[in-house]
Design a protein around this ligand. Structure first.
Ligand code: ADP
Ligand code: ZN
Ligand code: ZN
Length: 767
């Protein structure tokens, strides 16, 4: 008799582990690690996932209490290695084991148990986006070609259509009315054959013409150094990490391509992660042009069917290079040589809902499990990664930094001009474009080149800001910009939770507390406004293309806009953060940043780092071709280290100041920070639950060095869909196992009706 160790698909913190079930003789072959099964748990049927098959039960229970596996619901979707990583994820990020396993399952194939109410029967609900087949029609080679009768014109059309090769039945019926009957008749005559073939959805993303990846004649010295370090890490096979710290346009993608080629020669595959928004046809095209059909693509804009097919390509061993968003880490690729994370500093690598993993940390764990190398690439590596490289070792593996300081072919980095908006003449106060930016735009139009305009806007937070001096009221206890809460007319400090009625400031809606100006208001400019102003300026001399959440909402919208920009002779692309990444258009010679300060004022300890990253990234879009590039940064805070560092291409000055500040305030990389949010419709219940949790944590951590519990206080997003949100912030020493501790305490709190507790370890979003 063998036993299955099963994680139940019941999302509650109460179930922390896996349970044992016996495997009946007739299911012995079907039950494997990774299969979805049906079992009974506490007198109800439940879906579960097999994480181990054992010769005796793992838990100490008497054998006659062990129930059998009832049914196999889906074939194996993950292996032992993946099961171990999921188990780590569940502990590290304090989420139920089933939530850590779900991302590993075949997309669009989830099976769930549901019942309408307490008294009704449980029923199985199955998502069904499994494989689909397509029928293909082809000519049957004959000595004497079949001649249809004179009046059988449809048969003639079908035969004509097939001359160039097999055609899908669906296509024939779409173009030739009555094709189905004609094909039937032709098949009976033996003139054509119908064949069923598996159709693979999601592979036919067209590539931009400029998206080829021609193999360069020579690699730069920096690229060779990076490749050597990556090879070393891959051969060492223990999960070593290489940080490729290369300025924008230094050829990091070429390094990835060459490293993957080497891995493929050794029969190993690769997982390549790209931030969701830069996962465009341009990026995918570069990988396809080198690896062809060996590439599978995974991201959230694919339909369920497409996701399933791409996943299945990998599982069947038909594709070995997976290019995708953070979810590509869950692809069923077991023989991995490389995991690559491009733009590793990106905040979007942190998942916002359970399991709240960070792709970098999960990848590091996976790399150790699979014995492969982890490659992190960025022009602006995260403070965390740089810190680990400086240590040289982190959690038992080597962290190595390789710098790539030059652009191949000697293309130079653009010159950066900072425009202090507080010095603009008052006649142009109403315009979002400074005189300098207007002048530079005019030059671009004259030379018939292209420009990119970034409107730096993140989150929804509104600040009171003075448009004369740029002053934003700050909390007297923290260096945090106060956020304006419209609902309560209060200025709130998000860091310490204190708040002030707006009356405490001399009517902040009208007068600046610092300079007395009356141009004080809630700040927030839309892309629409910028687009309108630009359109007025350029008239019909150039195309103005706006790219933001609105214009890219539909499928392929992002790509269509880029194609338009690519095809235009002279054009200006206006957009939010999404334009900063990965675009490689040699004709772009000017980059304008409308307002650099918006991210700087975010109530978040990473605000400075994020602003610096964004400015450096968007600046890197200029001057990628032969013509030199220029960057104009408009700001109300010209003296900020992040702005100064970008202007001089001196990241070290920014990093030094930033690290000092982080150390002083006890923030990562020197500590770990978790955000614990309680939410619910009943404010009293939410408050009570969180107060209890905070108390329990404080008692448990009494005297523990380096631990701190802040709050409870109202979240910045104090109410979402009528649910009240309150939070506590927990700080721990850098190496501490905080997920496990928070998980235990959250479980001990027990079930509080109407209150949900979300634990976000290593949080990126403190709102
Ligand atoms: P990054 O990813 O670092 O921003 P890319 O990989 O996009 O840089 O490279 C920038 C440009 O330089 C691309 O057009 C690429 O084809 C080209 N390139 C990369 N490596 C070389 C090389 N060794 N020689 C010539 N051109 C190169
Ligand atoms: Zn002012
Ligand atoms: Zn404060």
């Amino acid at each position: 008799m063998s036993y299955a160790h099963v994680v139940l698909d019941i999302s509650t913190r109460a179930l922390a582990g896996a349970y044992d079930y016996s495997i009946p003789e007739e299911l012995a072959d079907a039950v494997q690690v990774g299969t979805t099964v049906l079992v009974n748990f506490s007198r109800r049927p439940s879906v579960g996932y097999v994480v181990a098959v054992l010769s005796r039960p793992a838990n100490a229970v008497s054998l006659d209490k062990i129930h059998p596996v009832l049914q196999v619901l889906a074939p194996s979707a993950f292996d032992m290695g993946a099961a171990r990583v999921a188990s780590w994820m569940s502990r590290e990020y304090a989420c139920p084991p089933c939530e850590a396993l779900r991302p590993f399952l075949a997309p669009g194939q989830l099976v769930k148990m549901r019942r309408r109410d307490e008294d009704s029967e449980w029923e199985l609900l199955c998502e069904r986006s499994g494989p689909v087949d397509a029928r293909w029609v082809s000519l049957v080679p004959q000595d004497e070609p079949y001649e249809p009768r004179k009046n059988a014109s449809r048969q003639r059309s079908v035969l004509d259509a097939l001359k160039a090769g097999p055609v899908r039945m669906a296509e024939l019926t779409a173009t030739i009315p009555g094709a189905a009957q004609a094909v039937g008749a032709l098949e009976r005559k033996g003139a054509v054959a119908i064949e069923t073939r598996r159709r693979v959805r999601g592979s036919d993303e067209t590539s931009l013409s400029s998206a080829q990846a021609p193999r360069p004649e020579h690699l730069t010295q920096g690229q060779l150094d990076a490749l050597r370090a990556i090879e070393e890490a891959r051969v060492a096979a223990r999960g070593d990490v290489v940080l490729v710290d290369g300025v924008t346009g230094s050829g990091k993608t070429e390094v990835y391509l060459a490293a993957i080629e080497a891995a493929r020669r050794d029969g190993k595959g690769a997982l390549v992660l790209v931030p969701e928004i830069s996962l465009t046809a341009q990026t995918v095209g570069r990988f396809r042009s080198r690896f062809g059909d060996d590439v599978a693509v995974m991201h959230s804009r694919l339909s369920a069917g497409e996701r399933y097919d791409q996943w299945d390509l990998v599982r069947q061993g038909l594709a070995h290079v997976v290019v995708g968003a953070r979810s590509a880490l869950f692809a069923p690729l077991y023989n991995v040589g490389l995991i690559i994370i491009d733009e590793e500093h990106e905040g979007s690598y942190k998942q916002g809902s359970a399991p709240r993993y960070h792709a970098r940390e999960l990848a590091a764990r996976l790399a150790r499990e699979r014995g492969c190398a982890l490659v992190l690439g960025s022009a602006t590596p995260s403070v965390e990664s740089l810190y680990r490289c400086k240590q040289g070792e982190w959690e038992g593996v080597r962290w190595t930094r390789v710098a790539m300081l030059e652009r191949p072919g000697g293309a130079t980095l653009p010159t950066v001009t900072v425009v202090d908006m507080t010095q603009q003449p008052s006649s142009s106060k109403r315009s979002v474009l400074s005189g300098e930016l207007v002048k530079a735009l005019e030059e671009v139009l004259e030379r018939r080149e292209k420009a990119v305009m970034l409107l730096n806007r993140r989150g929804f937070a509104t600040f009171m800001m003075c448009s004369d001096c740029g002053c934003v009221p700050e909390c007297p206890h923290c260096s945090t910009a106060l956020t304006y809460h419209e609902r309560t007319h209060k200025l709130v400090c998000h860091t310490c939770g204190l708040s002030w009625s707006t009356a405490a400031f001399p009517d902040p809606a009208a007068v600046c507390p610092s300079c007395g100006s009356r141009y004080m208001g809630a700040y927030g400019v839309g892309t629409q406004r910028v687009e309108d102003e630009l359109a007025m300026l350029v008239g019909d001399r150039a195309e103005v293309i706006r790219m933001d959440a609105d214009t890219t909402a539909e499928k392929g919208g992002h790509q269509r806009l880029l194609e338009r920009f690519d095809a235009a002779e002279c054009a200006i692309l206006v957009g939010t953060q999404m334009i900063a990444k990965g675009l490689d258009f040699p004709e772009v010679t000017l980059v304008g940043v409308i307002n650099a300060d918006t991210t700087l004022k975010m109530p978040d300890f990473r605000a400075g780092e994020r602003t610096y990253d964004l400015l450096e990234q968007v600046a890197g879009r200029a001057g990628r071709g032969e013509r030199p590039g220029r960057v104009i940064v408009q700001t109300y805070w010209a003296s900020h280290p992040a702005i100064q560092a970008v202007a001089r291409h001196r990241r070290d000055t920014f990093l030094a100041a930033e690290l000092e500040e982080r150390a002083e305030a006890a923030y990562p990389p020197y500590t770990r920070v978790a955000n614990v949010v309680a939410s619910g419709l009943d404010e009293r219940a939410v408050c009570l639950a969180l107060d209890d949790l905070a108390l329990a944590l404080r008692q448990r951590l009494k005297g523990a060095d380096g631990w701190e519990v802040l709050g409870p206080s109202e979240c910045l997003k104090g109410r979402v869909k009528d649910r009240v949100r309150r939070h506590i912030v927990v700080k721990a020493p850098a190496g501490a196992n905080m997920g496990e501790l928070l998980g235990v305490e959250a479980r001990a709190l027990g079930h509080r009706p109407g209150v949900s507790i979300a634990v976000d370890v290593d949080c990126y979003d403190m709102m």
